[in-house]
Write a protein that binds this ligand. Structure first.
Ligand SMILES: Cc1ncc(COP(=O)(O)O)c(C=O)c1O
Length: 404
């Protein structure tokens, strides 16, 4: 069992007051809070080893390069990638997806199909639409049901030898549903399609094993898992990364440059043009160490308890409906109250110190499916408590009274 009070003391922001009330931070799906070790590691990098990497013979440059590559190795171990050069540093999930869609522009042609799920964040929809517009390929959608689950029989029907790539999130940001990605990956491979998994909402809750999943690409952001903003990872299988062209041209991604012809560097550098977010990349490793010290079994236990408690208590409120009722869920509760706009509830409870997300959560197609403008989303992390859920429930009741 976790010592929650001790864990909370690692996160300085959690002892803050907001609008004169103790902060209750339930917007973890948008970004997680940062523990002191992460905050300290950023300062330590700039105080002690700041230098550009991969290019200097001087001591600081080597120290910074070693720390950056050590972090890459840590992340490789964390996600169980076969090679460290399959782990690319990016600025986040959005960048990783755009890198892949840009590369696929050289591989697709009219008649090819891209399958995207109905449960995606806009950043895993729009780049694929842009790719289809560029190549003449067709975007097809794997539909969802009322519980917020993807309909696997329809998925099976959609797959064909026209399918070139399937893209789906591991966990939905708007509803918290955990998708059956292993099944989906195996099925896609049967027709020769590649699979990209958007792990942005999964990595704060679990440790993905990319070899066991056998996915071709797995992308995530550091800032949702206790790491700094502007950091992320694109894992790609070596054979796929070799097949894709570079995304950006610039320093560091080349072998030789002349005005006649440029040759590209080996992986991972081929995809890492320019000076990267060095401090961020290093400190993402620190964040992953921190989460592993807390332990993903402990994290899941605590979060599932919060999910069960929160679901029970919120459902006691009259007129409250939860969206995403599948049993395969992580600690996200997306809900509405009959007759009240989610934004109004969010605004009132913010005055009571409670931070939730309201709106479409960058997943407008899901909101269209339910015929609603948006939801109130409370997303719990392992550092949240049942007492905080009690505060949320009391605040929502108060807002409901004021608004009806
Ligand atoms: C499922 C999912 N995919 C992609 C993203 C985009 O992540 P980022 O803005 O860090 O690039 C998010 C962010 O909320 C997300 O939840």
């Amino acid at each position: 069992m976790l010592d929650i009070q001790k864990i909370r003391s690692d996160f300085p922001i959690l002892s803050q007051k907001v609008n004169g009330k103790p902060l209750v931070y339930f917007d973890n799906g948008a970004t997680s809070q940062k523990p002191q070790v992460v905050i300290d590691a950023i300062a330590k990098y700039y105080q002690e080893i700041n230098a550009n990497i991969h290019r200097g013979v001087h001591t600081l440059s080597q120290l910074a390069t070693d720390a950056y590559e050590l972090s890459r190795n840590k992340i490789q171990n964390h996600i169980n990638a076969k090679h460290s050069h399959e782990v690319l540093f990016t600025s986040g999930t959005t960048f990783g997806i755009n890198l892949v869609t840009n590369g696929f522009a050289t591989l697709l042609q009219p008649g090819d199909e891209v399958l995207v799920s109905a449960l995606e964040h806009h950043s895993n929809i729009v780049p694929w639409q842009m790719l289809c517009e560029r190549t003449g390929a067709t975007l097809r959608v794997i539909p969802m049901n009322e519980e917020g689950e993807l309909i696997m029989s329809e998925y099976d029907e959609l797959l064909s030898n026209k399918t070139k790539i399937v893209t789906v999130n591991h966990i939905s940001n708007a509803l918290g549903i955990i998708n059956p990605i292993k099944y989906m990956i195996d099925k896609a491979h049967e027709v020769g399609a590649a699979v990209l998994i958007d792990g942005a909402q999964a990595v704060p809750h679990l440790k993905p094993d990319v070899q066991a999943l056998n996915c071709d690409f797995y992308v995530f952001s550091g800032h949702k898992m206790c790491g700094p903003t502007g950091t992320g990872i694109l894992y790609g299988k070596e054979e796929w990364l070799n097949k894709l062209p570079p995304y950006q041209g610039g320093g560091e991604m080349i072998k030789e440059v002349s005005f006649e012809k440029t040759t590209y560097a080996e992986l991972p550098h081929k995809f890492e043009a320019g000076t990267p977010n060095i401090a961020g990349g290093i400190v993402l490793g620190t964040a992953i160490d921190f989460m592993n010290e807390v332990g993903f079994t402990n994290i899941q236990e605590q979060e599932l308890e919060l999910l069960a408690y929160g679901t029970e208590k919120l459902l006691e409120i009259e007129g409250l409906r939860i969206f995403g009722t599948s049993k395969d869920k992580t600690s996200v509760i997306s809900f509405n109250i009959e007759g009240i706009h989610p934004y109004d509830i969010g605004t009132i409870i913010d005055k009571l110190g409670i931070a939730v997300r309201t709106g479409h959560h960058c997943a407008q197609p899901i909101m269209n499916f339910y015929g609603i403008p948006g939801t109130i989303r409370a997303s719990f992390s392992f550092y949240n408590t049942k007492e905080e859920i009690d505060s949320l429930v009391a605040a929502v009741r108060k807002a409901q009274m004021m608004l009806s």
